[in-house]
Design a binder for this molecule. Structure first.
Ligand code: BEZ
Length: 277
């Protein structure tokens, strides 16, 4: 099986995992160490999404936005033949290091193509980074065999509502201009209509509130360090401390409980089937 993929030496989207949101930045912003060290809940809380995929021995599976590969490996444990793709060279390198027996490719979710079809496409905590849902879902649909399944979970409508409000407000003060969040957090209706447009029938969909404890007293600022590069790249480094302090101050009433910071995650979880038509 071959894919039109991003050469390993190059990251044309501008260096974000799955498709880039900040096309001005020309380096890979992802830190596998910070991801695996402090944010392992991203895949630990998603083991049940792999259960929904229910991969079987001999099936072909694709993991879109595989990150450092933990869930790709979980899919492989079933005996399925799995390929992981991600747009971050650093994440792909780490995935290959962890799981040399699994195939990982550097590829953009907006623009990938394989020369064989898959029985299932899986994606966890990745699609909120996309900039053009129609393009991504068209690629996913094309990759699926008729009757094949697409199982995904990512940030849904209202995801990290308080955290985003705090970051937007603190960044507005420091940048002197609004910098609205760059993520795709669709409602069930909005995402279902994209899926249906591309011959994917929704069979299950849910919005799931999942307040998630962050590790340690620096939990909130580590989250912003890991996922808030869009703002950190615009704010001068000598003002980052001030930015973190303001985000914490604004968030405290809603996101700090019993000595722990929480991310106010809300997931959209969807199962869809590729039509036979
Ligand atoms: C999420 O997992 O919901 C998420 C992570 C980073 C940025 C935005 C959303």
């Amino acid at each position: 099986m071959s894919a039109r993929e991003v050469p390993d030496s190059q990251d044309p989207s501008g260096g974000r995992v799955v498709p880039g949101i900040d096309r001005d930045c020309d380096t890979d912003q992802w830190s596998p160490d910070l991801y695996e060290g402090k944010h392992s809940f991203v895949w630990k809380l998603a083991a049940s999404v792999v259960e929904l995929l229910a991969p079987k021995p001999g099936e072909r599976m694709l993991d879109v936005g595989c990150g450092t590969g933990q869930l790709t490996a979980r899919i492989a444990e079933s005996g399925a033949d799995v390929v992981g793709i991600d747009n971050s060279p650093a994440m792909i390198e780490e995935a290959r290091r962890h799981y040399p027996q699994i195939e990982f490719r550097l590829a953009d979710a907006h623009d990938f193509e394989f020369d064989g079809r898959f029985d299932g496409v899986f994606s966890n905590a990745a699609l909120h980074w996309i900039t053009d849902p129609n393009q991504v879902v068209a690629c996913i649909s094309r990759a699926l065999t008729p009757g094949g399944r697409f199982v995904c979970e990512f940030g849904g409508d209202g995801n990290i509502r308080y955290l985003v409000a705090a970051i937007e407000s603190a960044s507005h003060r420091l940048l002197d201009k609004p910098a609205p969040h760059p993520w795709y957090f669709p409602s069930i209706a909005a995402f279902a209509s994209v899926l249906e447009r591309h011959k994917l029938d929704v069979t299950q969909a849910a919005l799931i509130d999942r307040p998630t404890p962050l590790e340690g007293s620096d939990g909130l600022r580590n989250w912003v360090r890991m996922f808030g590069q869009y703002w950190l790249a615009q704010i001068p480094p000598d003002q980052h401390e001030q930015f973190f302090e303001q985000v914490e101050e604004i968030s405290r009433a809603n996101l700090f409980k019993d000595s722990l910071w929480y991310a106010d995650y809300r997931r959209i979880r969807v199962i869809a089937r590729k039509t036979h038509a």
